[in-house]
Design a binder for this molecule. Structure first.
Ligand code: TLP
Length: 339
């Protein structure tokens, strides 16, 4: 039986071209800054996004957390959209590593109201002072939804007026670039730091990058080492990352089409899907008893993640075949009949 894995785009495996590049990668000790392939990857990412410097790390959690460590003093607060990964899925890291706390603002479809962000900024001595404003684009738990450029600009403006830095969790940065039909530099514009992941829809086996101003890099480097993220001959990974960064984005439009087809099929099966949230490579559906539904689907050969008691997530990616979407829909129909 063909197993259709829709748990996440993180399940994508390195392509034959990536494996070849990994095998042949020129390497050095990256803890001494001597890995030429890592250096190339960092330089390329910085150039593409229009930030001055980049640092390669093993995961998006680490790039986000190093950014938080850079921006926050102990006891400071980060303002983030409801459902933000830095809060929901980075397991207390903010508290442990930065000694920070979080203020969540409502964010329908991942989009906070800039005026609500302004109102959330703390300056009083009785409150945790705000140290950072964070956004997530695309926004995972809102549905893989896209934050429009104009909203990013308005929130950056609020931050600027308050003298605060901004961070973008761009784990799926290129999905947003494709959906917004913009450029990486435009999407990254105005953020002090940006985290991007190579190991999601772009297909690399491992790796994320933190983009930042040049003067932040030495401290970010130290924090990466502090967290155990100095990876020595990491060029083996960066070689796959270079292919992900240069060739990965062009595959994402197809992932988005597949998600739309899947969502439309699910609507025909009377599943509750908010089509307005289906903007990139994710489909969230409301089902009673999500874990039991995911388990029935697993038995039928479709893997998905229950994300809440009554909410499941389906993620499309480049390792799916054309016939997988109709096949997944057949199996979903079967799973609904068993219920
Ligand atoms: N998200 C994973 C799970 O942790 C939920 C997934 O399967 O979607 N930011 C965002 C917005 C993310 O969605 C993720 C991964 C990360 C950061 C963390 O990346 P990694 O897994 O590389 O630490």
């Amino acid at each position: 039986m063909r197993v259709i894995d829709l748990r996440s785009d993180t399940v994508t495996r390195p392509t034959p071209a990536m494996r070849k590049a990994m095998a042949e990668a020129e390497v050095g000790d990256d803890v001494y800054g001597e890995d030429p392939t890592v250096n190339r990857l960092e330089a390329l990412a910085a150039e593409m996004l229009g930030l001055e410097a980049a640092l390669f790390m093993p995961s998006g959690t680490m790039t986000n957390q190093v950014a938080l460590m850079l921006h926050l003093k102990r006891g400071q607060e980060v303002i983030a959209p409801k459902g933000a990964h830095i809060y929901e899925y980075e397991p207390g890291s903010l508290a442990v590593l930065s000694g920070g706390t979080i203020r969540i603002v409502e964010a329908p479809y991942g989009i906070p109201d800039p005026e609500a962000v302004r109102a959330a900024i703390h300056t009083s001595v009785h409150q945790a002072p705000t140290g950072l404003i964070a956004l997530e684009n695309t926004h995972n738990t809102a549905g893989g939804t896209v934050v429009p450029l104009a909203v990013q600009r308005a929130i950056q403006q609020v931050a600027h007026q308050a003298g605060l830095p901004t961070h973008l969790d761009g784990a799926r940065f290129f999905n947003a670039v494709v959906a917004l039909q913009t450029t990486p530099a435009e999407l990254a514009r105005g953020f002090r730091t940006v985290s991007i992941c190579l190991s999601k829809g772009l297909g690399a086996p491992v790796g994320s990058l933190l983009l930042m101003p040049r003067e932040y890099r030495a401290e970010a480097w130290r924090y990466r080492k502090l967290l155990g993220g100095g990876m020595r001959q990491a060029g083996v990974l960066a070689a796959a990352g270079l292919i992900a960064l240069t060739e990965g984005p062009q595959h994402l439009a197809k992932d988005h089409q597949m998600a739309r087809a899947l969502a439309e099929g699910m609507l025909r099966l009377h599943l509750e899907v908010d089509m307005q949230a289906v903007q990139t490579n994710m489909v969230y559906a409301q089902v009673p008893q999500a874990p039991a539904f995911a388990e029935r689907l697993r038995e039928l050969g479709v893997l998905i993640n229950p994300m809440a008691a009554n909410r499941v997530r389906f993620v499309t990616h480049r390792d799916l075949h054309d016939e997988d979407i109709p096949l997944a829909l057949q199996r979903i129909e079967q799973a609904l009949q068993i219920a």
